[in-house]
Ligand binder design. Structure first.
Ligand code: EPU
Length: 350
């Protein structure tokens, strides 16, 4: 195990924000974490676990020890009468993993194709798209405690999944929370792909594709291809234009609140949830406030999807985390003034 010092993080976060880490450890196995634990003040230092850096806003240099997760490997664990259990190392690229499962003939993750980032980050924010959330396919994960080096396994209930949320996004008990942020590093994740495969349909963009192509019952591969095409059409590729995906969560409101807002803005896009509440399209609200294409310094609102903030300065003159957050706050204020709704950022802000 090698501890790198004064490392640039610009290529390690999808926004392309320029920031440095005082210390960075590349974790390829649990042994690397145990080696790091033997390092004198590792236990006492704060840690930042970094996957693909696709859901992160860096507002300055990072004083915590950065643990860059590079655990590799993919395998089919077992096939039961009801499920195929597949596993991937936390450092595997998410989209490559989804593609691998489909190449093996195991559908189930196709709606989550092309989501940027790593397998290890996928449960942290409970990634979701086109009517499917990671928790719907999650089986277990193996993680290592960053204080004791002890290995442990969590099931779905123990991960405390919520909409773009899990225990890994919350502060630990010592900081007054109930979570595992900075306390655990995910090594491997297992997924349960149901047998027989059933398509997850119903999302507006997918229904439109079905009508257009005249397909009533798509295959997993067709859904995968459509999701890839839909995403390419409206979400920026972080390799071309730095971004962290959706910048705000879609706010969840009561039926009364929803009715009230629709009364004033009948065009508002919203989705009913299974618990009776409604999810409002934050992108629509930001768009309605006229934010598309606006900017603060080099942080800008993407012109094809207002929910996405981008770094329009590239690597040469990147947006700063401060510019991103100033823009985000201005958006929050204007959405609050018009709709009475407080938008909550989705990425982790450091
Ligand atoms: N809309 C606008 N203007 C905009 C953006 C959106 O009018 O600038 C409208 C769209 O026309 C659509 C509605 O708002 O009617 C919802 O937009 P979209 O279908 O693009 O999805 P979203 O709610 O903005 C969510 C997820 C995405 C996920 C898509 C597809 C969140 C925070 N975002 O976006 O996830 O890919 O649905 O399922 O839940 C991510 O988390 O990083 C992410 C990209």
């Amino acid at each position: 195990m090698l501890i790198e010092r004064n490392v640039s993080l610009q290529r390690l976060n999808s926004f392309g924000i320029a920031a440095r880490a005082a210390r960075l450890v590349r974790v390829q196995s649990e042994g690397d974490v145990r080696d790091a634990l033997a390092w004198r003040d590792f236990a006492a230092r704060r840690k930042l676990v970094l996957g693909g850096g696709c859901n992160l806003v860096l507002t300055g240099d990072v004083r915590a020890v950065v643990l860059k997760v590079e655990v590799r490997g993919r395998r089919v664990v077992e096939e039961t009468a009801t499920h195929v259990i597949v596993e991937a190392g936390a450092g595997e690229n998410w989209h490559d993993f989804v593609t691998w499962t489909l190449d093996l003939g195991h559908g189930g993750l196709e709606n989550l194709a092309l989501i940027p980032g790593t397998v290890g980050a996928s449960p942290v924010q409970n990634i979701g798209a086109y009517g499917l959330e990671l928790q719907d396919r999650f089986h277990q994960l193996d993680a290592i405690n960053l204080a004791s080096g002890r290995l442990f396994t969590l099931d779905s209930a123990q991960c405390g999944f919520g909409y773009r949320d899990s225990v890994f996004k919350h502060a630990p008990a010592t900081e007054g929370g109930v979570g595992l942020a900075g306390r655990a590093l995910i090594l491997r994740v297992r997924f349960a792909l149901p047998k027989p495969w059933q398509p997850v349909l119903g999302y507006r963009d997918i229904e439109r594709k079905m009508e257009l192509e005249g397909v009533a019952r798509p295959t997993a591969r067709q859904l995968y291809d459509w999701v890839v095409a839909i995403r390419r059409g409206k979400l920026p590729d972080p390799a071309q234009l730095g971004n962290a995906g959706s910048f705000f969560k879609n706010p969840v409101v009561t039926p009364e609140q929803c009715r009230d807002i629709i009364g004033r803005d009948p065009e508002l896009v919203y989705y009913p949830m299974t618990d009776g509440r409604f999810k409002l399209a934050a992108g629509w609200m930001i768009d309605a406030c006229g934010w598309k294409g606006k900017h603060v310094g080099n942080a800008a609102v993407y012109d094809k999807q207002a929910l996405v903030l981008v770094n329009r300065g590239g690597r040469a003159q990147p947006a700063t985390g401060g510019e991103v957050m100033t823009l985000a706050k201005a958006i929050q204020t204007s959405v609050y003034e018009r709709f009475g709704i407080r938008l909550e950022p989705e990425p982790v802000v450091i």
